[in-house]
Design a protein around this ligand. Structure first.
Ligand SMILES: [Zn+2]
Length: 433
């Protein structure tokens, strides 16, 4: 039985804050709120957008208007972007440009839309009819692949007193175990759950990186070259690269895009992206750290340069007109509150890591940061990208290596179970409110 430790007062404060923000705001002001609070990284997008009373213009790098969002169109646009594929969104932006769509055109677009987020209940369980996508981060579970992916800890903790006791943790194993626990908890409440990977050593193509290199690399690169997606010079370079460089120059982003595609095709009502953090000042992570902080990311923090890439512009417009970022802040705030309470770890502030100060915007909720990470940008649903704890913390690294807890047939430990419960409680509270 899971004890519900969510602070109900905390939730009502968040909901009050959100309704207060929206009370009396026009749809243009709501977009402006999202632009100011989540999207515009330190003013760097100021020259790419123009807010007027009844219209928002998106400008190209030379200041020419390239897309217009009229107030009368915003409810339709929000519905369209929440319920359409990236390919359709890209086509629509090109077609619409700065035209002001007539009421009949708006109605015809709405009539063709299938509201994918509609809830069809199958039974009385609280999450019946809801879909939750879970992405357990990374994929390496052996030292050879982990050396490439750089998401593992391997060191002797105390070389004088315990020279044979080493810390050996693969982030992919931790995230996958957490995802399995969370899946079990959500399914018991009636939710339909998707995991982007089917095994702890697999990526979202259902194989290891080594298998992908042997069986799929040449075919994938050939087809991308033939489709003119991959320039010939880059193709030639990739074909000669070693496995490490292929991972960082191509595979990492290619595979993350696939994770987002798999999640978006599932049309989730909420998405959970699971990661475990390290203390950045402890690099190269060959010893323990005394620090431990908890945090969660949501989308946003675009720079003006980001918008030069047409693909990014599509995501930017989607995040501007839909309420995904507002919803993500609620979900992320619930999650980070649970992490902090259930795991007894303080919430990070912008001064606790350089990437928080240098790459993120600070929405109002403590411990939640807007950051333009691939999945935060590509996944079309309210989401939380959780970094519950520091794996290299002196107490956590020991606790995380244990597998002394059995949760309904899944071997785990106390820390991972508490992380999974934190996500579960947050998703349940979020979807039910
Ligand atoms: Zn990670």
């Amino acid at each position: 039985m899971i004890k519900n430790t969510i602070n109900k007062h905390g939730l009502s404060c968040i909901l009050c804050l959100v309704s207060f923000i929206f009370m009396g705001q026009t749809v243009v002001q709501q977009c402006k709120y999202r632009f100011d609070n989540y999207l515009n990284f330190k003013g760097s997008c100021n020259h790419r957008i123009e807010f007027q009373k009844e219209v928002i213009y998106i400008l190209d790098s030379k200041g020419k208007k390239e897309f217009a969002i009229y107030a009368s169109e915003i409810p339709m646009l929000a519905k369209f972007f929440a319920n359409s594929s990236f390919a359709k969104q890209e086509k629509f932006i090109k077609f619409k440009g700065i035209k002001n769509l007539k009421a009949t055109q708006r109605d015809s677009i709405l009539a063709k839309l299938n509201d994918k987020k509609i809830i069809i209940r199958q039974n009385k369980l609280p999450l019946s009819g809801y879909r939750v996508a879970i992405d357990p981060g990374h994929s390496a579970t052996n030292l050879m692949e982990a050396e490439i992916e750089q998401k593992f800890l391997y060191f002797v903790k105390d070389s004088i007193n315990h020279p044979l006791d080493s810390v050996k943790l693969f982030e992919s194993v931790l995230t996958f175990n957490t995802a399995q626990l969370l899946q079990k908890m959500l399914e018991e409440q009636g939710a339909k759950v998707l995991l982007t990977r089917s095994q702890n050593n697999f990526n979202s193509f259902n194989c290891t990186y080594t298998t992908w290199l042997t069986n799929h690399k040449d075919r994938v690169l050939d087809s991308l070259k033939n489709a003119n997606v991959l320039p010939k010079a880059k193709y030639a370079k990739l074909m000669k690269m070693n496995d490490h460089d292929v991972f960082w120059e191509f595979f990492r982003d290619y595979e993350l895009t696939n994770r987002a595609k798999v999640m978006n095709e599932f049309n989730p009502h909420a998405s959970v992206i699971i990661h475990y953090n390290v203390d950045e000042k402890n690099e190269p992570w060959k010893q323990c750290s005394k620090k431990n902080f908890t945090m969660a990311f949501i989308g946003g923090a675009f720079t003006g340069d980001n918008l030069d890439k047409p693909e990014n512009l599509v995501h930017f417009i989607r995040l501007l007109v839909t309420d995904e970022l507002n919803q993500s802040e609620i979900l992320a705030s619930l999650t980070v509150n649970n992490f902090s309470n259930n795991l007894d770890i303080p919430k990070a502030s912008q001064f606790d890591a350089n990437y928080l100060k240098d790459n993120c915007l600070l929405p109002k909720s403590p411990g939640v940061f807007s950051r333009n990470l691939n999945l935060c940008r590509l996944v079309n649903s309210p989401l939380v990208y959780g970094e519950s704890l520091y794996q290299d913390n002196e107490k956590e690294c020991d606790a995380l290596m244990k597998d002394d807890v059995n949760f309904k047939g899944i071997k785990t430990n106390d820390r991972l179970l508490n992380v999974a419960k934190s996500y579960y409680q947050a998703v349940l509270m979020f979807l039910k409110n």
